[in-house]
Design a protein. Structure first.
Length: 541
């Protein structure tokens, strides 16, 4: 008696009853019953799942796992395209199953994977199935783009709008919160962190139904063009029809932009004010909680209580000078640890800030404590620096080629827009809008290309460069102050704990340096040149 499994997969949008989910299962049961030496072990079925990738096909993956455990000796499936539309997956799985003595019979294609010519025939049928999948994907993408151009909304509901039948419908309660956020930011000139805290304290709910507002939520709302009535689609794309993995659209495909598409929640005047304010604050480094990597410690100081990154704020001293302090983002945005009105634990009790000067001194002390042979270190770091410069030259040349290709692509798009206008496929206004956009992008690319060419023309004496690097590395190893770029490269992470401990972890080193800071009085903290006070430094492996 041979135990047999069967596999079927149907797309739920097909209405043909002969290919329905239940019908296929019944078909395999009846087929197996007609073979006296076969006994059906199980029907594995995936419903409404794409055949180009096996990652999301739970039943398929379970079937393969059961085959590895020896639960059956044969798999029945209707055709290659039902087993997989990815030819590599088809060949790989049938090969693996064959090594375990498990065959796959593709009934409609007349292929048995245990036969000598099976792999050749599978390659042919699998290629056809994969090509059909590619064509289907292309047709679907083309159809979606045309519908987007007609104003059909692809996406989910958001705060202030419900998506119904491809249209954005204003949701009154959410719309009031959106108006409040724009007013606080654009008119009252409040920061995103303050707005988030006020919304939490007032009990306003996010679109997901909780009150855990943070500055990132606020920034995303302030930047969302839907609130002014515009619609931008294809922000994310699916470049690979086999994996179906989404990625952000960085110019690979044209965005679909429709102005005044739906009922706005915010008037355009306030929208423009808010966008200008966002740009201004972003230039000053005041926007959001994300770290821009502008500073040595951006994103590298972590809270030992909640795990959040420390964010920096400039503070004015009594003498008029400024200092930069780093503090836990959770504590800054949500306050000390407490239970909110919904019963959720929010905030953070780390209770410490770290001055920029203190963090830098900790980093320098960690470097000085490196138990390395200085001569060997100088030679190694010098060699690495030279390799990095050489690699940078290669990258610069590659970037120049990429920029030239992109410039050529935009020129062709501009020419196509003019052709479409002369063919009366688009209006003069549309043609002008498209060509002006391409001209702006081409101007920016020309500037970047000129800079890349200038870098490529730089000529230097390699021997002198090596000597200069060695001098700098020697000074570095001997404890002299290094550049910010070096510190960014060498520092992996600092972790700040409420008991005055600060752990310093350096890249590529297994050790952690732990410093315990002495408490400083308020007057000392406000001093413009107070040295770091370290009671003891511990090295843990």
């Amino acid at each position: 008696m041979t135990f047999v499994a069967s596999y079927c997969r149907v797309s739920t949008d097909k209405e043909d009853q002969a290919n329905s989910f239940e019908s296929q299962q019944r078909y395999f049961r009846e087929y197996t019953e007609r073979q006296p030496e076969w006994e059906l072990y199980r029907v594995y079925a995936d419903e409404g799942i794409t055949g180009t990738s096996t990652k999301k096909r739970a039943a398929f993956n379970q079937m393969i796992e059961d085959a590895r455990r020896g639960k059956f000796r044969l798999i029945l499936t209707k055709e290659v395209s039902r087993f997989s539309r990815n030819i590599l997956d088809t060949i790989a799985y049938t090969r693996e199953l064959k090594t375990m003595g498990v065959g796959v019979i593709f009934l409609n294609d007349g292929i048995n994977s245990l036969e000598p010519d099976a792999e050749l025939r599978l390659s042919i049928m699998g290629s056809l199935a994969q090509e059909e999948s590619r064509r289907t994907s292309s047709r679907v993408k083309w159809g979606q783009t045309r519908r987007m151009e007609q104003g059909v909304v692809f996406g989910r509901s958001l705060l202030g709008y419900d998506v119904k039948d491809g249209r954005l419908i204003v949701e009154p309660k959410g719309a009031e919160i959106v108006r409040l956020i724009f007013h606080k930011y654009g008119v009252e000139k409040k920061g995103t962190t303050i707005i988030a805290r006020e919304l939490r304290e007032a009990g306003y709910r996010t679109h997901s139904g909780n009150v855990k507002w943070n500055s990132n939520h606020i920034v995303k709302i302030l930047k969302n063009e839907k609130y002014v009535g515009d619609l931008v689609q294809k922000k994310t794309i699916t470049p690979d029809y086999l994996t179906h993995a989404k990625k952000y659209n960085h110019g690979e495909e044209d965005l679909v932009i429709l102005r005044d598409h739906h009922e706005p929640i915010i008037d355009r005047e306030l929208w423009e004010v808010v966008q200008a304010e966002l740009k201004k604050r972003n230039r000053k480094g005041e926007l959001g909680a994300g770290h821009s990597n502008r500073y040595v410690f951006s994103g590298r100081i972590k809270c030992g209580v909640c795990g959040a990154s420390f964010v920096s704020r400039k503070k004015k001293r009594k003498d008029g000078s400024f200092c930069r302090r780093w503090s836990c983002y959770t504590a800054t945005s949500e306050g000390r640890g407490h239970i909110d009105s919904q019963g959720n634990r929010v905030g953070c009790d780390v209770g410490r800030t770290l001055r920029d000067e203190t963090a830098m001194e900790l980093l320098r002390k960690s470097l000085q404590a490196l138990p390395l042979d200085s001569g060997e270190m100088i030679r190694s770091v010098t060699a690495i620096a030279l390799e990095a410069i050489q690699a940078g030259e290669e990258v610069g040349t590659e970037n120049q080629d990429v920029l030239e290709s992109e410039l050529e692509r935009l020129a062709k798009k501009r020419e196509a827009a003019l052709d479409a206008f002369f063919a009366q496929d688009i209006t003069k206004a549309e043609m002008r809008q498209m060509t002006e956009r391409y001209d702006r992008e081409m101007t920016q690319l020309q500037k970047r290309l000129s800079a890349a060419r200038a870098r490529a023309e730089v000529v230097y004496d390699k021997g002198e460069l090596e000597r200069d690097i060695k001098r700098r590395v020697t000074a570095l190893v001997q404890g002299e102050q290094a550049s910010e770029t070096f510190y960014k490269t060498i520092l992996d992470q600092m972790v700040v704990y409420p008991d005055q401990r600060v752990e310093v972890r350096l890249n590529l080193l297994p050790r952690t340096w732990t410093f315990v800071l002495e408490r400083l009085g308020q007057s000392a903290q406000n001093s413009p040149s107070v040295p770091i006070s370290v009671s003891r430094a511990l090295i843990s492996g």
